[in-house]
Each structure stands twice: as structure tokens, then as C-alpha cells.
Design a protein around this ligand. Structure first.
Ligand code: PEP
Ligand code: MG
Length: 756
């Protein structure tokens, strides 16, 4: 059975359109189960009918003609129950309804299985037999499995308009595909589909005829890619801010790293031709990155893959095909590379839609940096059928409309116009203090470090750095960065923000083999609950001590350093970390450096830390809530998994209760409490955080002015009132409604909700 199943699934996947897929299913199911007829009925929700869409066994001329009201007959029963209905003699059932035009009167047994996706019944697969005998379990499970396969194809067809055409409808319903909102804004444009330039996975293993020649070709290809990168970096120089441009530098480092170059050459020397040697080395790198639990670090796997493909393309002497870019290009792909993004002239790039990736993918980061709307993780997007299609992308909500109706287009055109006006107004907040109308100040800090810095945007606007993520330098090198190297890096940040505080978070990597040069454990089945953050660094005090020493030395004569400990789940970890920090301080003093002890804080991002916030607050100088992780751990929802993305909600009442608990702890011990997760940069959440009395917020540069606008428009008294109402909410919809109303009342609804 399994063998049949695989074959049918493969055939369905290879079908060129839905009609063909449906026909394959009905023939194969009939053949495999021994049924006398197999048919597919699809739900047409707007006409409230089930349409017979394919059959093998009923009269072919009935296809497309038979339209049964949704609540009628056995097909309607399967839909209502959303479970299989297996009857020995259909005609005996109260819901049986006789349809002469199908010729079904010759059959007695009936099996109906719903085709379901995301809880919605998209149609029904119906089997019939002449004999009065229920279907065997095997047949039922086979049909259920195929039904779930078909659900994907049906939903693709719905999106691309194919289903509407099949069902004879004139225009498409207002159906949209849901992804993750990765960069705000609206785009109305034309899809341009991008594919990987060269396929590493298909590169065969061949012996190297002439290793010297292979090596020379490989080196030449790498040099060409380096030159190409420089060109792209130059081209994007005007549109990207410095920290994002620095990504190119990171790739360059990766390209020139010993592990890549020497690793490949070594394999060539062992007898492989260059493309295969490259493929194996790139695969090793990808495996290491993909195993990481930290989302933005894991995203580097796609950078490595992309670099590998580029080199391969040069090796194969393939030329990137010159594309014609529509005026309003919406770049669409399974996985869009940064190079593909860089190839689009900036004045033509309207938006980005990717099937894979998350809000912390590099493409998402770059999109935000460039101010280009983007949706990532749009899992149901039928990429191969998207070329040239009209697309509306709502980057605020991660929605994608394909071939929208005129009404949807008009609505979004209006929103787009509003948006243009709005960005003008947001700019007017520049250089104004972050202060409420009743004189309460709420300092706004910057989250940075995600890409290498030269001069991060937002320096002038921010009160300092609330979260400096230190992971990057550990990843772009092929060994641990040393004390001096780290010190120079931290010194640079401390200097440019001086005298404003800079909060450096100690290393927060994790997963099984987080660094190519530091293979420490076997792969973890649950990396988010595994060895990460402080757990790793306390197990390896040498890494922690080097980092702390570097930070303390960087702070010499400056005094604006603060240290922040990630992933704390017990007081022991804090005591241990503080002991090591004290040790680093004493050692440096003994060595003659007049270093100071910096304020030390902990991140509250694990439920255990919420419930022990008082014990933690007593031990440290400040607290900072990482709402990204806290939300995922409280709600048990993977922050990067698109299938559960709609359950991930920082406005969940449980998150608010947790914040309140932490606030109480901070007050009892007189500690400052900051929020440094994405929630702090969400204008919608700001009234709540203000009402709760949070002392400061830390966010990415793009959010500073929007958040400041909310702070400057709402009194502290109003915010407290909003918060006390939110406390009574039992679900996040209630909280969200309340907050939307609040922003509407102060005239700022446009900041988060561009319309409908
Ligand atoms: C968080 O978890 O909210 C946070 C700020 O840390 P990161 O996103 O780096 O895990
Ligand atoms: Mg975190």
C-alpha cells in the first residue's frame, strides 16, 4: 500500500495543473482500492455548493455540471462532520439524495472522505462500489492520506485562480495567502520568479582529470564571486544603511575563509572534480548552520548555499540570465538570495515574497533596511505558476493576494497612498524627545549587532544600545574571535554611543554544533530547549571569560558598558556568571588595567525566570525581557515555525501577566526593567508597556520613530487606563481590539493597521 501511495503522491506532485492532479487521483484510487467509482467534489464556498470536479466511474459529462447545495446529500454530510462516512448501502441512509445525471444508482456502498486544510473542508473524495459492503480500513486510510495531499494542490489552485476558472467563476474570490509579516508596507506589482542559479545538489561526483586545472578554475570562480559581491555592494551603497551593507563584508569573509577554500582544494587533491568538491564542503557548512537553534544564525545556511551556487555558476561558466524587471517588481521565490535581491534595480523593486524563511532571515533584515515590504514563509505559494501574475503584498500582515479582484486592488491602492503620506509624518518625530504629553519620559534604545557595524542607523535617535547581540563575529570567522579582536569590536560600539549606555549581551548561541570550529555535542532533537545561551558559556568558562575580559577592557576610560546574560533559568546561573565576571575583573586589575565593574542584568525570556524574577532582581542591577523567546516558551510555539505562526502572539494575556510579574519584582528591588524583544518595537503594544510602567524599550532602528510617535501621543494616565482594561481580557483578540481602539483614539491607527 505504501508503495502505491508513494507512486500516486509523486504523480500528483508532477501534475501540470489541478485538473490533471484530480484525474490522476480518481483513476489511481479506483484502481488501488478496488472501488467501482471514485470522484472528487470541490467546495465552492461563495456559491455554497459542492461541484463534481473529476470522476472515474460516474458519467464523465456530469463533471462540472453537478452542483449539490453544501448541506445536501451524503457529500454534504461528510463536509459537515469533517470525517469519513463509510456505508454499506448508501440508499438506506436518511441523507441519501438521488442524482440521476451521475448514473450513481448502480452503486450501493459509499465512502466519503473530507479533503481538509487548516481546519477547512475544501472538498470530498467519494468512492462507490456495486456490492453492499463497507470499505476496508486500508482503503479508508489510503483515501484520507491522498485527501491531505490533494488539499495542497487545491489550495494552490485557489490562489492562482485556476480553481475559479475550473469552476467557471468570472473573477477570483478575495483569497489571500498567509505568510509572516517580515517588512512593513504595501506593494502592488508584478511577480518575477527567481530560481537558484545553479543546482549544487545535482552536481555529480566525477574524478578530477587534472587537479591543478580544477584548483585553478575553482580559485578563479571564487575570485569572480568576490568581485561580483563588491559590485553589488557598490550598487546598493546608496539604498542600504551601513550596517546592512556590512553583510556583504561578512559574505566576503565567508568566501575567503580557510575552511571553504582549503576544504575544497583538499577534496580536489583527493581526486574529486571541483564542482563536487565544492558541493561537499558547502553541504558541510550548511549542515552546521542549519543545526543552529538561533533563528538568524540558522538563516546563514541560506547564505552559504547561495555563495556555493554562485561559485558553481562561475565554475560551470553559466551566465546569469539577464532578466527583464517589471516596473513594480515583486520578487517571488522558494528561497530568495541576497544576490538575487541585489540584482533588481532599486527603483523597480516593490516587494519580496518568499516561501521559506522567517522574520529574522537576512532577506527580511535587508528588506527592512531598504524599506521594501516583504512576506516570508508563505508556504502555500505556487511559485512555478506565479511568473507575470499581478500581486498585492501586505507586508504589515504578511498577506499575499494573487490576481486580486478590482475591489481588493482599489482598497490597497488607497492604503498605499495613505502609507506614503504617513511616512512623511513619521519623519516629523525626528529629534523630538521620547516623552508623553504629561511629561513622563520613556527612553528608547537600539537593538543592534545582528550585522557587523560601522555606524548603526538610529545613533542620534536612541538613548543608547539596549541589546547588542554578540553572535555575529563568532560565526563569520573560522575560529573563536580572540580577546583583542572582541575588545576592538566592543570598543567601537561603546565609543560611538558614548556616553550613552551600551548593553552587551554575552554569547547566545546554541543548538547541537553551533560553530563550525566548535563541535561540541550530538544533534539535539529539541534545540530550543537544549544547550544554548548561558548554558553553553557556563559549561565553557573560557569562552565566557574571554568575552567578559574583552568587554571590560573595551570599557576602559569610557564607563558606558552594561552586561546582559541570556537564557537565564535559575539563580545558580546568575551567581555563577557573576562570579566569573568578578574573576575577570580581578584578573584584569591584577594585570594592571583599571577596569570598572559594569552593571549586570539578566534577560527574562524563560517562564522559570518570570516566576523567580524577584530572586533574580535581587542579584542583578537591571532586568530586560526578551519577549521573542518568552512568548515562544510561554505559549509553547516555535517562533520560526510558519505552521504555528498564527498561535505566536505577544499580546496573549499570559505574556501580559508574565510582564506584570516581572514588573512587580523590578519595583520591589528598585531595578530598571526594559523590554528588548520585538514587542518593544511594535507601536500597537507600546500603550500597554507604558501603562505597565516599563522603564525603557529597546528595538531595531526602523521602529524608533513610530514608537516615539505613540509615546508622544498618549499620556501616562491614559496608558494606565488601557493597561487596566487589558488585564480583564481573556484572549489576545480582546487585547488587540483594545489597543487598536487606543491608537485610533489618538489618531495613530495607520501606524499598525493600514485599513481593513
Ligand atoms: C528575545 O528573545 O526577545 C531577544 C531579544 O533575544 P533574541 O531575539 O536574540 O533571541
Ligand atoms: Mg532571546
Amino acid at each position: 500500500m505504501l508503495q502505491y501511495l508513494r507512486r500516486i503522491v509523486q504523480e500528483v506532485n508532477d501534475a501540470s495543473d489541478l485538473e490533471q492532479a484530480l484525474n490522476i487521483i480518481v483513476h489511481r484510487v479506483k484502481e488501488t482500492t478496488g472501488a467501482d467509482a471514485c470522484s472528487v467534489y470541490l467546495t465552492d464556498a461563495s456559491a455554497r455548493v459542492h461541484v463534481l470536479q473529476a470522476t472515474d466511474g460516474l458519467r464523465p459529462e456530469a463533471v462540472g455540471q453537478v452542483r449539490i447545495p453544501l448541506n445536501r446529500g451524503l457529500i454534504g454530510l461528510v463536509n459537515e462532520r469533517a470525517e469519513p462516512v463509510n456505508l454499506a448501502d448508501a440508499s438506506q441512509h436518511a441523507r441519501y439524495c438521488f442524482l440521476e445525471e451521475t448514473g450513481e444508482q448502480q452503486y450501493r456502498a459509499f465512502l466519503g472522505v473530507p479533503i481538509i486544510q487548516n481546519g477547512k473542508v475544501l472538498g470530498v473524495l467519494a468512492l462507490r462500489k456495486r456490492e453492499a459492503q463497507t470499505f476496508e480500513d486500508d482503503a479508508v486510510t489510503l483515501v484520507m492520506t491522498l485527501g491531505s495531499q490533494l488539499a495542497g494542490a487545491i489550495s494552490h489552485a485557489k490562489t492562482s485562480g485556476e480553481l475559479a476558472r475550473l469552476q467557471g467563476a468570472g473573477s477570483l474570490p478575495n483569497h489571500f495567502l498567509q505568510g509572516l509579516p517580515a517588512s512593513p508596507g504595501i506593494a502592488i506589482g508584478t511577480a518575477l520568479v527567481v530560481y537558484p542559479p545553479a543546482d549544487l545538489d545535482k552536481t555529480p561526483d566525477r574524478p578530477a582529470q587534472d587537479p591543478d586545472r580544477e584548483e585553478a578554475a575553482f580559485r578563479k570562480a571564487v575570485a569572480e564571486v568576490v568581485a561580483e559581491l563588491d559590485q553589488f555592494a557598490q550598487r546598493m551603497a546608496e539604498t542600504l544603511r551601513a550596517e546592512d551593507r556590512a553583510l556583504f563584508e561578512a559574505w566576503r569573509l565567508m568566501l575567503e575563509s580557510d575552511t571553504l577554500i582549503d576544504g575544497t582544494i583538499e577534496r580536489i587533491r583527493q581526486g574529486s572534480w571541483a564542482p563536487y568538491a565544492l558541493r561537499e564542503v558547502i553541504r558541510e557548512h550548511i549542515r552546521v548552520f542549519e543545526a543552529m537553534e538561533d533563528p538568524y544564525l540558522r538563516e546563514r545556511a541560506s547564505d552559504v548555499r547561495d555563495l556555493g551556487r554562485r561559485i558553481l555558476m562561475h565554475l560551470e561558466h553559466l551566465e546569469a540570465k539577464p532578466a527583464h524587471y517589471p516596473d513594480q517588481t515583486v520578487l517571488v521565490g522558494e528561497e530568495i538570495s541576497v544576490m538575487q535581491l541585489a540584482s533588481v534595480p532599486r527603483d523597480r523593486l516593490a516587494g519580496i515574497v518568499s516561501v521559506t524563511g522567517s522574520t529574522s532571515s537576512h532577506i527580511a533584515i535587508l528588506a527592512r533596511g531598504m524599506g521594501v515590504p516583504a512576506a516570508m514563509g508563505v508556504a502555500d505559494l505556487p511559485v512555478s505558476r506565479m511568473e507575470g501574475k499581478e500581486i498585492i503584498l501586505d507586508g504589515y500582515r504578511g498577506r499575499v493576494y494573487v490576481g486580486p479582484t478590482p475591489a481588493v486592488r482599489d482598497e490597497y491602492q488607497r492604503l498605499l497612498d495613505d502609507d506614503r503620506l504617513l511616512s512623511h509624518e513619521i519623519e516629523s518625530q525626528r529629534n523630538l524627545p521620547s516623552e508623553t504629553p504629561d511629561g513622563y519620559s520613556l527612553p528608547l534604545f537600539l537593538n543592534t549587532g545582528l550585522v557587523s557595524e560601522s555606524r548603526p542607523l538610529g545613533i542620534e535617535e536612541s538613548a543608547g544600545v539596549g541589546l547588542y547581540r554578540t553572535e555575529l563575529p563568532f560565526l563569520v570567522r573560522d575560529r573563536f574571535p580572540g580577546e583583542r579582536e572582541q575588545m576592538e569590536n566592543y570598543r567601537h560600539v561603546l565609543e560611538i554611543f558614548h556616553p550613552r549606555p551600551v548593553t552587551i549581551r554575552t554569547l547566545d548561541i546554541g543548538g547541537d554544533k553551533p560553530l563550525p570550529y566548535f563541535p561540541l555535542s550530538e544533534s539535539e532533537s529539541n534545540p530550543f530547549l537544549g544547550w544554548r545561551g548561558i548554558r553553553i558559556t557556563l559549561d565553557h568558562p573560557e569562552i565566557f571569560l574571554t568575552q567578559v575580559r574583552a568587554a571590560l577592557r573595551a570599557n576602559l576610560d569610557l564607563g558606558n558598558l552594561q552586561l546582559l546574560l541570556p537564557m537565564i533559568s535559575s539563580v545558580r546561573e546568575v551567581d555563577e556568571a557573576r562570579r566569573l565576571i568578578r574573576r575577570a575583573y580581578n584578573e584584569l586589575r591584577e594585570e594592571g588595567y583599571s577596569v570598572q565593574m559594569p552593571p549586570v542584568g539578566v534577560m527574562i525570556e524563560v517562564p522559570a525566570a518570570v516566576y523567580q524574577a524577584r530572586e533574580l532582581a535581587r542579584r542583578v542591577d537591571f532586568l530586560s525581557v526578551g519577549t521573542n523567546d518568552l512568548t515562544q516558551y510561554l505559549l509553547a510555539v516555535d517562533r520560526n515555525n510558519v505552521h504555528v505562526a498564527r498561535l505566536y502572539d505577544e499580546l496573549h494575556p499570559a505574556v501580559l501577566r508574565a510582564l506584570e510579574e516581572v514588573m512587580i519584582a523590578a519595583r520591589i528591588h528598585g531595578r530598571e526593567l526594559s523590554i528588548c524583544g520585538e514587542m518593544a518595537g511594535n507601536p500597537l503594544a507600546v500603550p500597554l508597556l507604558m501603562g505597565l510602567g516599563i522603564h525603557s524599550l529597546s528595538m531595531s532602528a526602523g521602529s524608533l520613530l513610530r514608537v516615539k510617535w505613540v509615546v508622544r501621543s498618549l499620556t501616562r494616565t491614559q496608558a494606565r487606563e488601557v493597561y487596566s482594561q487589558a488585564r480583564d481580557c481573556e484572549d489576545s483578540d480582546c487585547v488587540r481590539r483594545l489597543l487598536l481602539q487606543t491608537l485610533e483614539d489618538i489618531g495613530l491607527a495607520g501606524l499598525v493597521r493600514p485599513g481593513k
